[in-house]
Design a protein around this ligand. Sequence first.
Ligand SMILES: [Zn+2]
Length: 423
Amino acid sequence: MKKYTVVSVSEFWSRKKLKLKVEKVLNDAVNDGFEIIKKIKIISIFLSGVLLGCISCFQNRNFDFVIENVKLFDGNNVFEHANVYVKDGLIAQIDTFKTKIDGKYNYLISGHNKTIIPGLINAHTHPQSRRDLNDAARAGILTVFDLLRIDEDSIPVFKVLGEKANYANYYTAGIGADMPNAVIKHYIQKTNPWAPLTKKGVELFIADRIKSKVDFIKIYQDSRLPEKFSDSIFDKLISEAHKEKLMAVVHSELLKDACYEFKHGADIIAHAWFDSLITNNELKKWEQRNFYIIPTLLVHVSIKKQLNPKSYTLTEEQMINEIGRLYKAGITIVAGSDSPADNLNFTTDFYKELELYARAGMTTIDVLKSATINPSKAFKIKDKGIIKEGLSADFVLINGDLLNDMKKIYEIESVWKKGTRIK
Ligand SMILES: [Zn+2]
């Protein structure tokens, strides 16, 4: 006897919406219950308890489901056929051997001719509003890294939003470390007041970022601009970040600055370069330790096309090939778009960035890793960009075989966060 209902994704969702309405009515009733508490404490506490119990019944029992017979990329590996069991908003079980799913579930969604992948991660963004986090989430980008947030008072707001199903998870550097007359001044047109100028200043700078609850430290270095950090201050920034167990993410756009940052212990570089070709000798050095590159190729390519600035001496093809050379040398590529730089959006422009990595010669699985497991490793977060038993049910369901055709990324059927369909 069948104990579950076979449904399409949209049918499943319309049923769940109906239930959410019921939950809202119950929630309202609970709120009313709290009003009564003021007057008749004992009775209303009892009633509220009963109502809350009903709500948890709805949440726990009614919407456990299985996506059956789906092609699965879990962040590391590809499985041709898998059943993915979602219970209470978590991935309860992944079965890749076509055995039966243990446990009870109410809905069975066919994954035939579909691919399931983890929520994507855009490792270089600057969200300006809640809409950016919502747009990203609906495009399957369920985590974003914000590489400069001057207004640190807004960090808690973005973080609270990022916890919600409809918004991308949010990680930030807060204010970056930069000299007074350098990159930040170049972008915001006024002298940077947060520049750490002495070793003591560096300690205070990092302590302030910790107070603002940042997730990593951003350091700027651009030798085209009037000022850059001395070796001793740069080294102190890296060592102080590491002392506090924070990753040092560095900004540079020229190859010589990237080489400098590698040599001085940086963990992740926030852009590739557009001025010269890396030597094989340098590449050999980079292979020696974990060093991650966020190429932001799309923004480089599009600025080259529009403005052709003097320092952009590499051609579009050369910029793309550089990423291919890093990839072949075993350097880990971490996908990032730098949205909204150059008016790039928080949605499809990220897919375009990924397509450029494919053009650089990366295999589809490695392109997908660059937007899932690689950023998760680079930033040392364990529970994002991966589909794994026990983790939040955050994933993207795509029509067709994405592993055979990267273009299918534009054919997202549905996006799920915490087991809730958000698109
Ligand atoms: Zn940026």
